[in-house]
Ligand binder design. Structure first.
Ligand SMILES: [Zn+2]
Length: 133
């Protein structure tokens, strides 16, 4: 799909956030991607590897949360996970449903490295190198 251009936009946002925070680099970019967003997370991960070179995110990590496609029935109020893109309420077969989640394509949070708390943030992050001040 359009994972490459998506990642370009994403990294622009990340650069901006890092600049606002006065951070040299970004440790973690955490995304929420809905089942119905049409984004392939493997392709996105790959785009990240390639495009993050020479950016603040070069040493960072892309984490992806998958958000299930959930619907709520307007007739009986039950919530359910959509299987096989059948948009019917499994309880009462009503087609009067609304989508609760699954269309997300957003940055949940970004962890930037500022040197003050670099020591604590080091935990669990491999491959990251922190420059002292
Ligand atoms: Zn129902």
């Amino acid at each position: 799909m359009h994972e490459v251009s998506l990642m370009k936009n994403l990294l622009e946002t990340v650069e901006r956030v890092a600049a606002d925070e006065g951070a040299d680099h970004v440790d973690v970019i955490h995304l929420r991607i809905g089942e119905m967003s049409g984004v392939n997370s493997d392709a996105l991960q790959f785009a990240f590897e390639v495009l993050s070179k020479d950016t603040v995110a070069e040493k960072g990590r892309l984490e992806i949360d998958h958000v299930p496609l959930m619907i709520r029935c307007r007739a009986c109020g039950s919530e359910s996970h959509v299987e096989g893109f059948v948009f019917l309420c499994p309880s009462c077969q009503s087609a009067e449903i609304e989508i609760v989640s699954g269309r997300e394509l957003e940055i949940d949070y970004i962890l930037v490295d500022d040197d003050e708390c670099g020591e604590e943030e080091r935990e669990g992050h491999h491959g990251a190198h922190y420059e002292g001040r």
